[in-house]
Design a protein around this ligand. Structure first.
Ligand code: HEM
Length: 202
């Protein structure tokens, strides 16, 4: 069934936009109330990294929810969820190269080469860039079938991000394992339904 744009959709979109800024409100609140610990940049890297991952998973959840419950209006918020994943990834990356690397390029290259969790995070981030820049409807029409192929990369990006998180939290892996299980379920849906439904979207 087609997704129609109604007042309810516009309301849902605005509500989700406001809610999606929650990690940003949290960081602002922590700053003004002095709740950050001794090493705020590390905490900001944690909040933004987790936010980016949650938005990647939410983006992937849209199609299963549409297929199972017929919530077609969710299609109108999928792009926004994906762009929020990118937004938080940019903040995450920016704080890292600023606070951890002092914008020294060779230090960063050194980390990318030597630390597997940085390698994976960086690959995921680079792969996310073309998705963010081709998110608009105009781009979808321009690239046609190729657009779908580009946007299917979101699965690989999310897998890399989950592995990145697992490597980061190797001594306390519970959260990462929860995200990995959610991703496995989403991938299972993807493969089971994609075989039967021709109109499966990324
Ligand atoms: C799509 C891209 C990325 C996603 C989704 C992502 C996600 C995450 C997540 C979920 C965490 C754990 C947060 C927590 O501890 O609660 C994390 C931590 C981290 N990420 Fe990323 N990340 C991405 C890219 C990057 C990039 C490009 C870099 C740096 C080049 C990076 C560096 C780090 C660092 C330094 C940590 C913290 C390590 C620690 O706590 O010991 N990430 N990331």
């Amino acid at each position: 069934m087609k997704a129609t744009y109604t007042y309810n959709t516009a309301f849902l979109k605005s509500l989700i936009f406001i809610l999606s800024l929650s990690p940003l409100y949290e960081m602002i609140w922590f700053t003004v109330s002095g709740r950050f610990g001794d090493y705020p940049s590390w905490e900001i890297i944690g909040i933004t990294g987790e936010a980016s991952l949650v938005f990647l998973l939410l983006t992937l959840l849209v199609t299963p929810l549409r297929k199972i419950f017929g919530w077609n209006n969710l299609l109108h918020i999928r792009r926004m969820l994906g762009l929020f994943a990118f937004f938080y990834a940019v903040l995450h990356f920016f704080v890292y190269i600023w606070r951890e690397e002092n914008f020294i390029f060779m230090e960063f290259v050194n980390d990318v080469v030597k630390l597997p969790y940085i390698t994976l995070g960086f690959v995921a981030f680079v792969m996310l860039i073309p998705l963010a820049f081709t998110a608009r409807d105009k781009m979808m029409r321009k690239y046609g079938k190729n657009w779908k192929s580009i946007h299917k990369m979101i699965y690989a990006i999310t897998v890399l991000s989950v592995v990145h998180y697992m490597l980061v939290s190797i001594w306390a892996p519970l959260n990462a394992l929860v995200y990995a299980s959610i991703l496995l379920l989403l991938l299972a849906f993807r493969f089971v339904y994609a075989r039967t439904a021709k109109d499966w979207m990324v």
